[in-house]
Design a protein around this ligand. Sequence first.
Ligand SMILES: [Fe+2]
Length: 301
Amino acid sequence: MTGAVKTTPDMITDITLKEYAGTKNERTKQILASLIKHLHSFAKDVKLTPDELIFATQFLAWGGQISDEKRHEFILLSDTLGLTMLVETLNDDLPEGAFEPSVLGPFYREGAPYIEHYDNISRGENDGVAALITGQVRNIDGEPLSNAELDIWQTNNNGLYENTDPNQPDFNLRGKLKTDKDGTYAFWTVRPEAYPIPIDGPVGKLLEAGGRHNMRPAHIHFIVSSPGYKTIVSEIFDREDEYLGGDAVFGVKDSLITDFDLTDDPETAQKYKKENPFYTMRYDFVLVPGDRAKVKFSAAR
Ligand SMILES: [Fe+2]
């Protein structure tokens, strides 16, 4: 064995990179090479032990085991590590004033029913305090966008999305609507409330290890799209929420915070058969030209 060279960590990295150098797809090749480099230098940086590597693989396996068509632990993991917001922000070449993206989250469900203006997406018995949401969709030049589509979803006051709560009607607190000729929209719902993300899986362990809470500040999710414009997946937050400064998934951006005002308007309340006073919230969405992309993930009920 004289003359044999002792294998070093860098030699392992080099041979791994070399073995993947034949990757045919250029983008895959770029991603794989960078992933291997960063993954290996991360292990070298923290001097990862074999036991810790086994722990990491079990942690990830648990994420797969706890996931099903209603629950996607890896989206939550990406969200709680700040990776989702990093990637969203990295890919957002939007000008000042444009509607900013935020996390999709693991609870989007495609196929919500279309509603008319002033319809109520709260279809449950006791979802919360009524809120009238109004606004306009415009382009960056200030021109109203008619026929733009809003895809909306939120929790009820138990902090649950309908697909994870058998006590809520199908598609409760979900709906889609199109803007009018003048780009305006209006719908009834309930004022959103802060809710906890699930902690009975690996994400819970991660938050516990980091000494972090698992609350998300009150928000309503929106996907806003219009032909010829860039689809934006985002959410609007309640300015008064106590968790605004510490969102478990880092989704809050300054431009996405708005006011839910308690409004004393007996006439409107009577017209729409709501209790007075109720909350009102106004938010205008500003889109820029681009692709009307489809969201590639949907939870099931
Ligand atoms: Fe949410």
